[in-house]
Design a protein around this ligand. Sequence first.
Ligand code: ZN
Ligand code: FE
Length: 256
Amino acid sequence: MSDLQIRQFPCLSDNYGFLVHDPDTGETATIDTPDADRILAEAEAAGWTITQIWNTHHHFDHAGGNAAIRAATGAKIIAPGYDAHRIPDIGLKVGDGDTVNLGTHAARVHYTPGHTLGHVCYHFADDGLAFVGDTLFALGCGRLFEGSPQQMWASLSRLAGWPDETRIYCAHEYTQANAAFAVTVDPDNRDLAAYAAQVEAERARGEPTVPTTIGAEKAANPFLRAADPAIRKHLRLETADNAEVFAEIRRRKDAF
Ligand code: ZN
Ligand code: FE
């Protein structure tokens, strides 16, 4: 069984497009569809034919290109069943615990409500990588448009349970702005300081900061660190529960 091949490229103002290709079977999935023209051009440049569309959630910068890509390729749309009323033409409705196959590789579907109420992540556990849409970002997390802080905290906690080396493909390049905020709630975290410096250097060279890893995020991302004593002390929330601490960090980020 050959390794999955991943082609990552910028779309729209700050999204990433991802094409995932199984060389053994030729199956190719686009993870979300931020920009149909760009995604189709990238597939052509790689010599791949898109056979599947995997959506993480219904937002336009994630599912807006579904119809055009499906019209061009006949690709099957795989999307959360929860979003069936707002993502047209779903060929396979998925929910928590389902397995989705890309050729010989299998991804487990994790239901991760918070950013939206239908959001799912796709975890290729055997390959050590995951596509997490707008749930977890490098040094950040998605805004709570539909879900509650309790739901998002539970979703992020589930991702934090994956192995540290898991490569995390998030859907946006927000890391520099996220770092600027993160240091305001966790100013003495050396791992965060080192991570932020690395991000500055990468962006100065025009390089992506995605993918990240679960281990790097657990060490530096304040949205995964609601249990951390230093952050709690800084926020004066020593006795609050983790979801409350998370909610306060999210509130501060929204106002930052
Ligand atoms: Zn979104
Ligand atoms: Fe998005």
